[in-house]
Design a protein around this ligand. Structure first.
Ligand code: UDP
Length: 320
């Protein structure tokens, strides 16, 4: 297959590029490198079946190749980043999705949208099922992300109905693992990097808000399975294990054996209080459920971050 992946040099996109190449498929990776990094795809740059194009998918692009799948994973997904670049975030969710759907329509390709648990906002239904319509503040500081993904879903289903594009939509719940940036700003990477540096862990608010954390290999396995199945409605992909942010902090300090303490900071506006995926549907449709326990995933991720911090330190010393 010929697979186009937007955000292919990003956290999840880079894992997908490698997975498809390892299966013998051809990959066109689009990235504008705002949060993606060339380093994430360095190991496949020499592969004949890999093509890297620096491009912002918010702008149209004409591609010569035949394409079987368009996977739209380009987005600023960390609150720190999307709040810094709210308009770019909206454009990637709205214009980017529109451009990807246009490519899918023109090439007669299937379209795969990386949507998010954020479409549920600060949910009033717990755990979140796919038929819940969500509780999103349309003008709050998270709306650039939430509403762009809700708009992306709406565009996707408009193209399905109007132009018969074959679509898949996943709602990704907090995912973590290697290839996240050191400065990603999300809770797992922040806590791991802080613990590795023996710095205090920054809990926003009282730390009683909950999240459910999925290791990236599990997510990629779910994505791959959905491509094999004809199911067009949105599916939650996430690990249903639910932790408070305070418990996550304790767990990471213990697993890393750090001397870090906890530092409490202000809770950002509209921060969802509880989040856990109901995965009944995806289990039934794909026979998928996460395999990697959070302790194991965190250990692997911590090892990877430790290596990145070492490389960074060595580079700094060389410059001196
Ligand atoms: N959070 C925190 N400390 C951090 C980063 C995040 O306490 O250094 C909290 C954040 O307020 C939220 C949760 O951890 O309640 C998850 O935040 P993240 O940015 O990972 O993603 P979200 O699920 O909010 O999109």
């Amino acid at each position: 297959m010929n697979i186009l992946i937007t955000g292919g040099a990003g956290f999840i996109g880079s894992h997908l590029c490698k997975r498809f190449l390892s299966e013998g498929h051809s990959v066109i990776c689009l990235d504008n490198f705002i949060t993606g990094s060339r380093k994430n795809v360095e190991s496949v740059l020499e592969n004949d079946k890999f093509k890297l194009i620096e491009h912002d998918i918010s702008n149209p692009i004409i591609l010569d190749e035949d394409i079987d799948w368009v996977l739209h994973f380009a987005s600023l997904a960390s609150p720190v980043h999307y709040m810094k670049y709210p308009i770019k975030t909206l454009k990637s969710g709205l214009n980017g999705t529109h451009n990807c759907l246009g490519i899918a329509k023109a090439k007669n390709a299937k379209f795969f949208l990386a949507s998010t648990s954020e479409v549920y906002g600060d949910p009033l239904v717990h755990p979140q099922t796919e038929d819940y319509w969500g509780n999103v503040n349309p003008v709050g500081i998270r709306s650039c992300y939430d509403e762009s993904k809700r708009g992306a879903e709406a565009l996707t289903y408009a193209y399905m109905r109007k132009h018969d594009v074959d679509v898949r939509v996943i709602r990704i719940f907090n995912t973590y693992g290697p290839n996240m940036q050191i400065n990603d700003g999300r809770v797992v990477s922040n806590f791991i990097v802080q613990a590795l540096n023996n710095e205090d862990l920054t809990i926003y608010g009282d730390g009683l808000q909950t999240r459910s954390f999925c290791y990236v290999d599990d997510l990629v396995a779910g994505i791959r399975k959905l491509m094999e199945v004809d199911y067009k409605q949105p599916l939650n992909l996430g690990n249903p294990g639910e932790y408070t942010v305070a418990d996550l902090a304790k767990m990471i300090i213990e697993l890393i054996g750090a001397n870090s303490k906890i530092k409490f900071e202000l809770l950002p506006q509209d921060d969802p209080k509880r989040r856990r995926p109901d995965i009944t549907k995806v289990k039934a449709m794909l026979g998928w459920e996460p395999q990697v326990p959070v302790q194991e995933g965190i250990k692997k991720t911590a090892e990877w971050f430790a290596e990145q911090l070492k490389i960074k330190k060595e580079k700094k010393e060389k410059v001196k």
